[in-house]
Ligand binder design. Structure first.
Ligand code: PLP
Length: 412
């Protein structure tokens, strides 16, 4: 059967390809240490699980919710956003605009709706590399055009504001920022956010998508801040993306949401109404009745866990003299490993003219030492891999020791 050009052009998922290989090796009886996970290996807070069970008793939990989600939950999301980010929607800058929230089937679905409700064919979208690989794929699906601004390890992966400005033109529709960031595990500093706010004030035709799905997963202070906290009027052209996948360890429950001006939310709800309808009613209701102040009880040990594993990576890279791959992570659950300055890389360069060896290196690592990493080519970052920090400390340390050994004396 013939498949549409659009789907043919979708990039295949590298993570899935690598996972398939990891599973094949496991089936052959080989031990694989999997550092590809983009989710916490824990169950969510007990009270949330109990709330899901309690809501099973109600008919409403099994029926359609409004297309944009239950209004009670939307209200709670808006209030929680306002108190956690310190935003007063009634302030002079914002009081003439109404804001709302739309709940969707996961953060990825929210993003699909955002681009669908914002982009006309040919509109330009500025992405900061490394970026979550789904952004350019979705921009393509909605016939937008991605423009990429690169960031670097020596800057702790904070893109230069002047580089962003160079990409802005009359076709620029939106800039996507993702702090805390997948795949680097950094969040941008307050100084960066202030500068970014100033830049955005200069270009009133440009919108902003702020992907804050890892907002609460920081393990070093200061916690993440955002440009709109320095210039609240920017919220009038900002869509904030968040959800329960990461911070409530609920990737499989598929709930994401946006916060945006009301007219935009109406457009998103309209699109959603003709595609998926409202998201899972049972989980929405459990979220409504769950006490969100309990989230911190769940997150404190998670933050400790991530901090310990991040420290392990840093100590071991330093001890091995791999300082050129060292940088300070603070949030989310990833570390970006830069292969390009490692001893084996020089040999690789001599053998081939290719620009990017990330997949080859990750496959070799998996074959030779049984550790699975995600090559970050599709994240806009060649010759690097994403390492997940979520595994149990003792297993994580075993994987790390094998990796460091490979980094120092391995051959590709
Ligand atoms: N944004 C970023 C940066 C992510 O890494 C992810 C998931 O990996 C999402 C959004 C969407 O998460 P989900 O669709 O699982 O809610």
């Amino acid at each position: 059967m013939e498949v549409s050009q659009k789907v043919l052009e979708l990039p295949p998922s590298v993570t899935l390809a690598l996972n398939a290989k990891a599973v094949a090796l496991q089936n052959e009886g080989k031990k694989v240490l999997n550092l590809t996970a983009g989710q916490l290996p824990f169950k969510p807070h007990n009270n949330f699980v109990e709330e899901i069970q309690a809501q099973l008793s109600f008919l409403k939990s099994f029926q359609y919710s409004p297309a944009g989600g239950f209004s009670e939950l939307s209200k709670k999301i808006l209030e929680s956003f306002s108190s956690s980010r310190g935003i007063d929607f009634g302030c002079d800058d914002l009081c003439e605009e109404s804001f709302s929230s739309v709940i969707s089937n996961g953060g990825k679905h929210s993003l699909y709706n955002i681009f669908g409700s914002m982009l006309n064919p040919g509109d330009e979208v500025i992405l900061m590399a490394p970026y979550w690989l789904t952004y350019p794929a979705m921009v393509n699906m909605w016939e937008g055009k991605s423009k990429v601004v690169h960031s670097h390890l020596y800057n702790n992966f904070e893109p230069e504001i002047s580089d962003i400005e160079k990409q802005i033109n009359s076709k620029t529709k939106v800039i996507v920022i993702n702090s805390p960031n997948n795949p680097t595990g950094v969040h941008y500093s307050s100084d960066w956010m202030k500068d970014f706010a100033e830049l955005m004030l200069k270009y009133p035709h440009v919108n902003i998508i702020s992907d804050e799905i890892y907002y609460e997963l920081y393990y070093y202070d200061p916690k993440p801040t955002y440009f709109y906290q320095f210039a609240p009027s920017l919220l009038k052209r900002t869509v904030v993306l968040d959800g329960i996948s990461k911070t409530m360890a609920s990737t499989g429950l598929r709930i994401g949401h946006i916060i945006a001006p009301e007219n935009f939310c109406k457009a998103v709800a309209k699109l959603q109404g003709q595609t998926t309808s409202g998201p899972n009613s049972l989980i929405q209701r459990a979220m409504e009745y769950f006490d969100w102040t309990k989230k911190d009880e769940f997150l404190t040990p998670v933050r400790d866990h991530l901090r310990t594993n991040a420290q392990l990576v840093q100590e071991k890279l330093r001890k091995a003299g791999l300082d050129t791959s060292w940088y300070q992570t603070r949030s989310a659950f990833y570390y970006l490993v830069d292969f390009s300055k490692m001893p084996f890389f020089t040999e690789l360069r001599k053998k081939s003219e290719k620009e990017d060896f990330a997949s080859l290196i990750c496959e070799t690592i998996l074959d030779q030492i049984g550790v699975a990493l995600v090559p970050t080519t599709d994240f806009g970052m060649p010759n690097c891999a994403r390492m997940s920090l979520v595994l149990d400390h003792s297993i994580f340390e075993v994987a790390l020791d094998k990796l460091i050994d490979f980094f120092i004396q391995g051959k590709v």
